[in-house]
Design a protein around this ligand. Sequence first.
Ligand code: SF4
Length: 257
Amino acid sequence: MDKPAAKDKPSRNQAPGSGAKAAPRKRAPRIPYTKAEIEEIFRRFSIQRPEPKGELAHVNPFTLVVAVALSAQATDAGVNKATKELFKVADTPQKMLALGEEKVRDYIRTIGLYRNKAKNVIALSRKLVDDFGGEVPKTREELVTLPGVGRKTANVVMSMAFGIPTLAVDTHIFRIGNRLRLAPGKTPDEVEERFMRIIPDHWLYHAHHWLILHGRYCCKARKPECERCVIADLCKSKEKTTDIPAPLVELPQQVIG
Ligand code: SF4
């Protein structure tokens, strides 16, 4: 029998090259899953969605940072519509600065909170030029120094632009961590840390997309659709309504946003 898997795994949550020592951490709670069960959950997700993709359109790391910063409280589709024209004229921080805040605002007018976001796009472009030679930095510590870039945005950028595995905890991942008791936590940071301990390395790169899509389309907030769930036999949620897993087949590509 496998032992429960939640313990003592070193965190991969520290950005490479940061050089910082990991802070002493609290002991994670035991979770009711074995290593083999966790492996099987992600194996099934990988069959359902072999190539999950983020749908934020971008042409380089800079435009990804801008797109992610714009996507707070907006859909990916809405952001893509606005950035399509913006990125044609400004795909580097230098060009964004040359364009200026007012014009940026015009391009992104259809996105919620656009005034503030335009300000941030200009401020983050200036910071990239002044402090990072116009290049997007690769570590979380550096990324979060950019205006409008929080931990979640930094995670998405590290993962999508540089292939550094991270887990950006959104509302779906937070719910799944707690509902399934896979990565219980009171805050997104706690859930992130616990997921990072238990997700096997070889599944980590796609894990955040799988979890978001599972939450969005199956393990829904108000009422999980357990009869459509491929991990219903493994799930230890008190809310689940069946133990019989749905057939494991590849799904059509679904959009995050
Ligand atoms: S069985 Fe139900 S509660 Fe468990 S993961 Fe699937 S949809 Fe969510």
